[in-house]
Design a protein around this ligand. Structure first.
Ligand code: FEC
Length: 278
């Protein structure tokens, strides 16, 4: 049954973020050949589970600040596949020089406020009752069409930008301000406004929203990819003034850093600033 108060969502990649601190003292004492081998082992382990771009994608990010040195982002088809990625990384020799500092589990999500309202309206106009099997079937068929239409946004590639910003967030559920107690129409209006601001940044930033209700400690994960890190600051600042954020958004810790090709992991472990993506 499709609850008209709940926006329908479409789901794509299963997503895992892993943040690590590198033990620079100990890894500096290792032989250069060993560092090279450990880096190759990690790159190979990650690549092994993605024969083609249909299987997933991953990114390595040098983090700035004290929250970690290295962030691994993995997009995969299923939680089983994420389990394989995590096991491979946990068993890699490099793990002896890494301490996990944070992680995040989520699934790429497209919120469909406008579409949800439209489908419910159309089915009501056809005289179907919300509780009927015919209503459900018609609704599911329309969602399947939508899923096809937005497949490339549900299963995006990871943009090869230099800068990556990740943070988890909630919509407020306070005593007086509660996102979930707002009417469907109010939430839809606020999300429309949010999307309008977002679209003025088209071409300068790619955003990937993943849902984590039931999976992790916050409700959504936000990944932003841009060549110019100032775009993160300006976009997030501007959004703070839109109602959905000004009144309802709560933010977790921010992670920001430099994306580099997996082949440059050895250089990073040598203490060299790894190059940008090609
Ligand atoms: O209730 C929900 O469904 C909330 C899920 C959600 C969160 C969220 C937070 C941020 N977004 C940010 C950037 C952009 C950019 C675009 C954009 C558009 C949308 C649309 C939906 C949506 N965002 Fe969002 N965002 C969430 C959901 N956002 C739905 C509109 C449909 C669509 O166009 O995809 C424009 C994308 C484009 O080019 O088309 C850019 C940023 C945040 C975190 C900061 C904040 O103040 O919220 C940045 C949660």
């Amino acid at each position: 049954v499709h609850n008209p108060f709940v926006p329908e969502t479409l789901e794509g990649w299963s997503v895992l973020h892993l943040m690590y601190r590198v033990d620079w003292g100990r890894i500096g004492d290792a032989f250069p050949g060993d560092r090279q081998q450990m880096a190759e082992e990690v790159a190979t382990a990650l690549a092994r589970s993605v024969a083609t771009a249909d299987d997933g994608a991953h990114a390595l990010v040098q983090l700035l600040g004290h929250k970690g040195d290295l962030m691994v982002i993995a997009f995969r088809r299923s939680f089983d596949d994420l389990g394989r990625v995590q096991l491979a990384l946990s068993r890699a020799h490099l793990q002896r020089y890494l301490t996990p500092t944070a992680s995040y589990v989520s699934i790429v999500e497209l919120g469909m406020y406008e579409m949800t309202a439209k489908i419910h309206r159309q089915l009501a106009e056809q005289g179907l009752s919300v509780e009927s099997d015919a209503y459900d079937a018609a609704f599911d068929a329309e969602m399947a069409r939508q899923r096809e239409r937005v497949a490339n946004r549900l299963f995006p590639a990871i943009p090869a930008t230099r800068h990556v910003c990740f943070y988890p967030m909630n919509k407020r559920r306070g005593e007086t301000l509660n996102w979930y107690a707002e009417s469907f129409e109010r939430r839809a209006d606020m999300m429309l406004e949010h999307g309008k601001i977002g679209r003025t940044y088209a071409g300068r930033v790619v955003q990937v929203i993943s849902g984590s209700i039931g999976f992790d400690d916050w409700e959504w994960g936000v990944d932003l990819f841009a060549d110019d890190p100032l775009v993160f600051k300006k976009l997030i600042y501007e959004m703070r003034f839109d109602e959905a954020s000004a009144r309802f958004a709560e933010f977790g810790p921010f992670y920001v850093g430099l994306q580099f090709p997996p082949a440059a992991l050895a250089a990073f472990l040598e203490g060299q600033l790894p190059p940008a993506m090609e």
